[in-house]
Design a protein around this ligand. Structure first.
Ligand SMILES: Cc1cc2nc3c(=O)[nH]c(=O)nc-3n(C[C@H](O)[C@H](O)[C@H](O)COP(=O)(O)OP(=O)(O)OC[C@H]3O[C@@H](n4cnc5c(N)ncnc54)[C@H](O)[C@@H]3O)c2cc1C
Length: 425
């Protein structure tokens, strides 16, 4: 790492800058890594470096995607290959905006791509308190993210999940699975804890507008001991094939789960908007109102609430006060969730990366003069003690994979100091 020659110097008329630009990608989640992969193909002589604030790469692939979805997490293997080939540098443990300013990055690199994602859970108006947890935070905790080292959620017996997208269903599944169902996952056995006996899921929209995929509901059918009921304001019969698939998945789940003594009771409720969370008689009461035009009020007693209604930018953005208007300064780009908002999964990030890389190649082709920027090499003296490179990540990876207690495929190192120690061993 940090050893690319300073390829941009004085160029003659036949050499153009697009052949050897210095490119920094900030954020090593799927959108950053796919962008690096595509730029690598289109600009073979570019020096490409992918930065991350954490010592380990891959963003939400490592810290969002559920620990029991190892098949999805396996996307990282192609990125391991890319970094392992030495054609793209991984520069971990460097927070752009904190360790090095975005302005400085832009003086050193011809192209800076921001791929920093959206990490802050959107709040639900009127619903706050000690036991109200954002789903992104809960999933980071289940995934042993170092930011959640001190987070100790207390879900209790009765949990309300607000939201009807795939992340809401991820939380539901992790809270309702029994301990033995996590064999083969990378869920730290220390994070199993007490399981709720009642989980209510509330979506504001009708079932026809629910955002989860039917396959996510079908997966719940493999969990033992669930009793599921589905309360819809509209009908479970739908013409639209996508909606029908969701309705059928829910109906099958409910029909197949009529247990006399269930381990967990799950209630799906569509068409309810949360209003407030109040303490009454020593218990927390979640107040809701129906969205069917009748405004029927309802209250349920809960021990905790998990909000799963999307994500907003985190406080520590490399840039501040900059909105996506299509008029980014020259050489500065955004991609992935940061650009598009928190809708869409990994394939969407790949499509975004493809579009962006073509745009960057076209923009570079318009450039005719050298900027003399020196890229990562110029940054090396400032950062040399701090960075974790790809070899460092592989040492962490191997250490984690060797921790296979209780049938886990790996147990993640949960804190940054230990990660760095292992990376440097
Ligand atoms: C809980 C959850 C589960 C999901 N499960 C699935 C799934 O099963 N399948 C699916 O297809 N999609 C899933 N998704 C969606 C998918 O994870 C996103 O589409 C994707 O991760 C967005 O990619 P990104 O690269 O834009 O952002 P991210 O993955 O968030 O990556 C951003 C990266 O930027 C880094 N960063 C942030 N700030 C800085 C800074 N200042 N300096 C340097 N680095 C910085 C972060 O550390 C992070 O590594 C899930 C999302 C969530 C929240």
């Amino acid at each position: 790492m940090l050893d690319h020659p300073a390829t941009i110097q004085v160029l003659g008329p036949s050499q153009d800058k697009r052949r050897s630009p210095h490119i920094a990608i900030v954020g090593s989640g799927p959108s950053g890594c796919f962008t690096a992969q595509m730029l690598r193909k289109q600009l073979p002589q570019a020096a490409i470096a992918v930065f991350d604030r954490l010592p380990v790469p891959y963003g939400l692939l490592r810290y969002g995607v559920s620990p029991d979805h190892q098949g999805t997490k396996a996307v990282t293997r192609q990125f391991d290959k890319m970094f392992g080939s030495g054609e793209v540098d991984f520069v971990g443990n460097v927070s752009v905006g904190k360790d090095v300013s975005l302005d400085r990055m832009r003086t050193l690199f011809d192209v800076v791509v921001l791929a920093t994602g959206l990490a802050t859970d959107r709040a639900v108006q009127g619903v706050s308190g000690d036991r109200v947890y954002g789903a992104g935070r809960v999933m980071r905790w289940f995934n042993s993210h170092p930011d959640e080292l001190l987070f100790e959620p207390h879900f209790g017996d009765r949990v309300a999940i607000i939201g009807n997208g795939n992340v809401a269903v991820d939380v539901l599944r992790l809270l309702s699975k029994g301990a033995s169902a996590f064999v083969g996952s990378d869920l730290d056995p220390l994070r199993l804890g007490h399981k709720p006996s009642h989980i209510h899921v509330f979506g504001r929209s009708a079932l026809s507008a629910a955002k989860f995929d039917s396959v996510m509901i079908r997966e719940l059918a493999s969990i033992d001991g669930l009793a599921v009921t589905v309360n819809v304001l509209d009908s479970l019969d739908h013409q639209d094939p996508g909606v029908r698939a969701k309705a059928e998945a829910l109906r099958d789940l409910a029909d197949g789960s009529a247990l006399e003594r269930p381990r967990v009771r799950i209630e799906f409720n569509f068409g309810w908007q949360p209003l407030n969370l109040e303490i009454a008689g020593g218990a927390q009461q979640l107040g809701l109102i129906s969205t069917d035009g009748l405004s029927t009020a309802r209250q349920i007693e809960v021990d905790s609430v998990v909000t799963a209604v999307g994500f907003a930018p985190q406080d520590c953005q490399p840039e501040s006060g900059h909105t996506s208007t299509g008029s980014d300064p020259e050489g500065l780009y955004r991609v992935g969730w940061l650009e598009r908002g928190s809708a869409g999964g990994i394939p969407h990030n790949r499509a975004d990366a493809k579009l962006l890389s073509s745009r960057i190649v076209a923009d570079l082709a318009d450039e005719t003069t050298s900027t003399g920027r020196r890229g990562l090499r110029a940054l090396a003296p400032e950062l040399h003690d701090k960075t974790v490179d790809f070899a460092g990540w592989k040492r962490i990876d191997e250490f984690e994979s060797a921790q296979q207690r209780e049938g886990r495929c790996r147990v993640k190192v949960p804190d940054i100091a230990t990660m760095i120690e292992i990376a440097r061993t």
